[in-house]
Design a protein around this ligand. Structure first.
Ligand SMILES: Nc1ncnc2c1ncn2[C@@H]1O[C@H](COP(=O)(O)OP(=O)(O)O)[C@@H](O)[C@H]1O
Ligand SMILES: [Mg+2]
Length: 227
C-alpha cells in the first residue's frame, strides 16, 4: 500500500440561500505516507473544506476519499470518530488550548482517556522544545509556544496524519517559519504525514510538495526535486 490518500472527483457544495457554493470542485489528489504537503491558496479557495474532509470531520457531496485503502465516504460515523481520535492530529490557527490547564495538563487531557501519563505528556512537550514551560498556563506562553503545545497534543497518539489549518496565521513570520520547520522535523521523525493549509506562499515554499488551490479546484501540484 503506497498511497495513503486517494481522492477522486471530490466536491463539497454548500447551499447559501438560493446559491450553491462550490467549496470544492472536482478535486483529485494522491498523498503518500510521510509526505509533507503545503496546501496553499487565498482565503475562500477551499483549503479548510479539504482539510476537514481529509480529517474525517466532514464528508464530500460527491467523489471518493480513500484513506489507507478504505473508503471514508462509506464509513459509519463511529468509525470516522475513531479515525479522528487515533489516526489524525489536528492543529488550528487559534491554538485551541484549554485556558485553565497548564501546558502539560493540556497534553495530558488528550492522553488521559487512553491511559496516557504525565511522563508521556512531558516527553511530547520536550519534543517540541517546551520542557521548561510545562507548568505555565497558555496565557503566560507566547503564541509560538502555545502552538508548540498544540502540536505536542496533536502528536499524542502518534497520528498517521497531522492536519494543520493556518497554524501560523496568528504568529509573526519568523515564529511561523519555526513552526513549519518543527512540523516538518516531527513528520520526518514520527513518520507522520503532515498537511498544512496556508495562504502564505513564503511558508508554503518550505514544503517539499505544494498543492495550490483556487476557487475550490486544484490549481497546481508541485513536488520539489530532491537536492
Ligand atoms: N459551512 C459552510 N457553509 C457555507 N459556505 C461555506 C461553508 N464552509 C465553507 N464555505 C464556503 O466555501 C468556500 C471555501 O471555504 P474554505 O474551505 O473555508 O476556504 P479557505 O480555508 O481556503 O479560506 C468559501 O466560499 C466559503 O465561504
Ligand atoms: Mg481556511
Amino acid at each position: 500500500m503506497s498511497v495513503l490518500y486517494e481522492l477522486s472527483g471530490v466536491a463539497r457544495y454548500f447551499q447559501r440561500g438560493p446559491t450553491t457554493v462550490r467549496a470544492l470542485d472536482d478535486v483529485s489528489l494522491e498523498i503518500e505516507p510521510g509526505e509533507f504537503v503545503a496546501l496553499e491558496g487565498p482565503s475562500g479557495s477551499g483549503k479548510t473544506t479539504l482539510l476537514q474532509i481529509l480529517g474525517a470531520l466532514d464528508r464530500p457531496s460527491a467523489g471518493t476519499v480513500t484513506f489507507d485503502g478504505s473508503d471514508l465516504v462509506k464509513q459509519p460515523d463511529s468509525e470516522l470518530a475513531e479515525l479522528r481520535l487515533h489516526s489524525f492530529g489536528f492543529v488550528f490557527q487559534q491554538f485551541n488550548l484549554i485556558p485553565t490547564l497548564t501546558a502539560v495538563e493540556n497534553v495530558e487531557a488528550k492522553l488521559a482517556p487512553a491511559g496516557g501519563t504525565r511522563g508521556r505528556a512531558l516527553e511530547l512537550l520536550a519534543e517540541v522544545g517546551l520542557a521548561e514551560r510545562a507548568d505555565h498556563l497558555p496565557a503566560h506562553l507566547s503564541g509560538g509556544e502555545q502552538q508548540r503545545v498544540a502540536i505536542a497534543r496533536a502528536l499524542s497518539f502518534e497520528p498517521r496524519v497531522v492536519l494543520a489549518d493556518e497554524p501560523t496565521g496568528n504568529l509573526d513570520s519568523a515564529t511561523g517559519g519555526e513552526i513549519i520547520d518543527l512540523l516538518a522535523n516531527l513528520a520526518a521523525e514520527h513518520g507522520s504525514t503532515v498537511i498544512v493549509a496556508t495562504h502564505d506562499a513564503s511558508l508554503a515554499a518550505r514544503a517539499p510538495r505544494r498543492v495550490a488551490m483556487r476557487d475550490g479546484k486544484l490549481a497546481g501540484n508541485v513536488r520539489a526535486v530532491p537536492a
